[in-house]
Write a protein that binds this ligand. Sequence first.
Ligand code: ADP
Length: 488
Amino acid sequence: MRVLQVASEATPFAKTGGLADVAGALPEALADQGCDVTLVIPAYREVFAKGLPLEPTGIAFDVPLGTRQLPARIFRCVLPGSRVETLLVANDECFDRPSLYGGSEDYTDNSERFIFFSRAAMELAARQEMPYDIIHCHDWQTGLVPAYQKLLYSSSAAVQHARTVMTIHNMAYQGLFWHWDMLLTGLDWKYFNWQQMEFWGQLNLLKTGMVFADWLTTVSPTYAREIQRDPGGCGLEGVLASRSDVLTGIVNGIDTVAWDPRTDRHIPRPYSEQDFADGKYAARVALAVRLGHAAPDPRPLVAFVGRLVDQKGIDLVVDLLGRMAGSGRVRFVVLGTGHHHVEDSLRHVAAAFPGTIDLIIGFDEGLAHLVQAAADIMLVPSRYEPCGLTQLYALRYGAIPLVRATGGLVDTVVDTTPDTLQNGTANGFVFKSYDSHSLEQAVWRALDAHANGDLWSGLVRRAMLQDWSWDSSARDYLRVYEQIRVRS
Ligand code: ADP
């Protein structure tokens, strides 16, 4: 089966979030299942800066963008660590910039940039000799791809029989632009109506993809249900409910090579489920040194690693620190970067408990690995969470996840109770209500369990043995492809 993946970012070329991890890992996992996969992404400045072996293909063409024609030049590179061909769309005006989407403010021309990219990806696909069976696009940046396939490229041999799949990674980001940007798409104004591309007077690129794609997926079964209702659907719940028969939730896998405590170069002593106590202790010593402490603290270590934004439940963490840091029973580490007001609140509470709370503001991949290895408990108290990767890494590193019951966290973490301990499914702690009291109660439950050495070791061992690799997720995507593909 020939599959084209179209995404605005993919690890290791360019990354701002979980989308890049999916777009960088799914193609190879599909190739393992026998698919012939090509990935198309933009050639950002940072892609060229990484020193990856990019080759010019000699393919160049003009892409219509409203009344202009913008040149696209195509580079090629094998997705590192895989056999997947990646085609990169270069255009200096659109992609030779310091960041992918803008800094603290989005670039004002993001609609032009990603309308250009979506059209260029389709133009490139249409120029291939071998036809595609599936065109799989991700998030609002590629939302026009399914519409282009049906409306502008329906007579192009390479793509006319393809079926389109749109994956929604986060409903909160929809690609909303003023209505005149409709002129840039090259599509007829008749599609600018409330049932197709319009959303309260604006052009909505995610909605466009959701309406025109043959199948929709999102990144966990629970999130697939949540987005069909208010507030999870962020205003598009009606569209999703009307397409629920073609909506599937598939939990993301993790990169089990980059995130493997048995081989991780970011931690001082590799470990497995057999000898995790030694490995985790060594990580605590290294973390203490890194944070400037004389010796590691013997108290259980509760950690948070993530973006310091509302979605991640960081206001609950700030409250929790204030409530629990004085208890003397626990130590906290918070690693993250995000909204300035959140960073300031964290600084304030951390300064009040210097021996108990370590706060590291910044993005540090290596430190994230070390914290996962050192931690006993990893907090993921999200307000909403489409899938979540932090809890999956935590399971693999024997840092027991403590999560709020939302989205993908529901599908991956099972609360520890007498029943779930007995039937062997327990792997973490779950609280339901979004308030710091409920979070605190769950932390106390986890600390009580931690005090019971045998129970805790069993929990850690079981968590570390769970398989969150891409294999089973890729099989689920393949099932979707098989179901919708046009058979010749
Ligand atoms: P999201 O994509 O919504 O940010 P996920 O849980 O899916 O959340 O993925 C977050 C990823 O980003 C994880 O790999 C996490 O370790 C990493 N991460 C987040 N913040 C930081 C940080 N400050 N330093 C290092 N890694 C971080």
